[in-house]
Design a protein around this ligand. Structure first.
Ligand code: FAD
Length: 469
């Protein structure tokens, strides 16, 4: 009897899982293994919100495996040692996994693959996380892209949507001595700031499929316009599901294609696929520029005159007490739900890096710890793009004005009112600049702005002029 180990990492699903499908096809029995080894991802070990998600996603995967006659073998410790130990105890002769693209993980996986192959093990990896491998799309001179539009034009033209692989019905698993229990990994926070998370999120493959179905039934039709409105449920909320691999981008692309077959409104399908394209682009950038989670992509920014680190300002930004309503609403949404709307992510990032002139890494690290969808490729790209130091960055003189942005994208102030109840009494006219009504502001207990928006904008412009060329 031949046995394969399938090493699950961030591909926590049974359907459209190429490593799992290959193991099931080529072997008589399969060990579904998860190894908890966060230090191997240093310096970007998963943050607290990611750990919350991971706990529930592993529980869901284990339940799905049990329904099919198997279970999830949970281990912790060095990945290579663990794999070698299990290969011996299960007499398996193959290890299959799906690829990840973070620099530390690429380095580890290459080392492990080499070790296993040297020992005669059939070690094989697959693409389950992306529509294209990051090296498959290249410029005319065979280099990486730094601008999204031509990248996506090429990728889109080459995209061949295929039907997703189905999940197996029965999974034969050999005798394996018990590993760790999920609780022993201690992934859940000790200070329970996550009480709201369950209201909003359903980690696991079934939760991912449901989120996609819900989105395709309604919001997708108006996606192009509604995706910028934070008070509306206009986006798919698939980001943590995609990050943990509970659904594949190919399953998403397939569902979009099916819309047309089912004669549904497809107006939003292409704009939506384009956002999935941004995810592909972020991975392309991270793969080709692996230094960018810590360093500016554009080296000119190494000389940017950031303000001195300001612990107090940073703390007020983190806790949603800057006195700028749309910024604070976003930061409170993040704290309470582990998520923030994309438009508001851009605004809070711009406020931190431009009006407060704090280094983008301060913001990237906070997001890393608090977002349930914290993703090294997307987070790095989002922060560097907003700061102006990254690929395809907006011109330096385009500094988001959080008041006019709030008035444009949260016209009635509903989003601000939802997250900052003290401002509930303010009219739509005043809610994005409550300081215009000093008496009401004092009564509300909401703080006055931490900076003057006009003068901090002027200082940011002067600083950006120094590094623009
Ligand atoms: P939808 O609008 O429904 O989009 C569908 C999917 O496309 C998303 O789930 C996501 O996988 C992808 N996508 C959408 N927008 C982007 C984008 N701008 N860049 C890359 N991929 C995108 N996204 C993360 O997944 N993890 C992060 O850590 C992250 N950090 C960010 C930090 C900053 C400063 C900014 C400006 C953006 C960041 N984003 C990040 C991108 C984006 O905000 C989220 O992907 C999006 O808000 C998730 O919500 P959704 O699933 O409803 O998106």
């Amino acid at each position: 009897m031949s046995t394969a180990i399938v090493w699950f990492r961030r591909d926590l699903r049974l359907a459209d899982n190429p490593a799992f499908a290959a193991a099931m096809k080529e072997h008589d029995a399969v060990v579904a293994l998860y190894i908890h080894a966060p230090d191997e991802e240093a310096p970007w070990r998963p943050g607290s919100a990611s750990h919350w998600w991971l706990h529930h996603s592993l529980a869901a995967l284990d339940a799905d495996l049990r329904k099919r006659g198997a279970r999830l073998q949970i281990e912790q410790g060095a990945s290579l040692d663990t794999l070698q130990r299990l290969l011996k105890s299960t007499r398996a002769d193959a290890v299959y996994w799906n690829r990840l693209y973070e620099p530390a993980v690429i380095e580890r996986d290459a080392r492990i693959k080499q070790h296993l192959r040297d020992a005669g093990v059939d070690a094989r990896s697959f693409n389950a996380a992306l529509l294209f491998e990051p090296w498959e799309i290249a410029t005319g001179s065979d280099g990486p892209y730094r601008v999204f539009t031509p990248f996506w034009r090429k990728a889109r033209a080459r995209l061949e949507v295929r039907p997703p692989l189905s999940a197996p019905r029965r999974i034969p698993m050999p005798e394996v001595s018990a590993g760790y229990s999920l609780d022993e990994l201690a992934l859940l926070p000790t200070i329970r700031w996550d009480s709201e998370f369950h209201q909003v999120w359903h980690p696991g493959e079934a939760g991912a499929a449901k989120a996609l179905r819900t989105f395709c039934k309604g919001p997708i039709a108006d996606y192009a316009a509604a995706r910028d409105m934070p008070a509306q449920e206009g986006t798919s909320r698939l980001s943590p599901h995609l990050h943990f691999g509970e659904i594949s981008p190919m399953q998403v692309a397939w569902a979009l294609q099916e819309l047309a077959t089912n004669a549904q409104d497809t107006a939003g399908a292409e704009p939506y696929l384009r956002e999935i394209g941004w995810r592909e682009f972020s991975h392309h950038l991270l793969f080709h520029f692996p230094q960018t989670p810590q360093k500016n992509l554009n080296p000119r920014f190494d000389h940017f005159p950031w303000a001195a680190d300001d612990e107090v300002a940073l703390r007020r930004w983190q806790r949603g007490r800057t006195g700028i309503p749309i910024v604070d609403a976003g930061m409170r949404e993040l704290w309470e739900t582990g998520y923030m709307h994309n438009r508001v992510r851009m605004l809070v990032a711009s406020f931190l890096t431009k009006h407060l002139r704090q280094h983008w890494l301060h913001g990237a690290r906070w997001f890393w710890d608090t977002l349930v969808d914290a993703d090294l490729a997307n987070n790095t790209q989002g922060w560097q793009w907003t700061a102006g130091s990254g690929a395809d960055a907006a011109p330096y003189f385009r500094i988001f004005n959080p008041v006019t942005q709030g008035e444009r994208f949260d016209k009635n102030g509903d989003y601000v009112r939802r997250w900052i109840p003290n401002l509930r009494e303010f009219s739509a006219k005043d809610i994005h600049q409550p300081w215009r009504n000093p008496d009401a502001l004092r009564r509300s207990g909401y703080p006055a702005p931490i900076v003057d928006l006009a003068s901090s904008r002027a200082q940011a412009l002067a600083a950006y002029r120094e590094v623009s060329g």
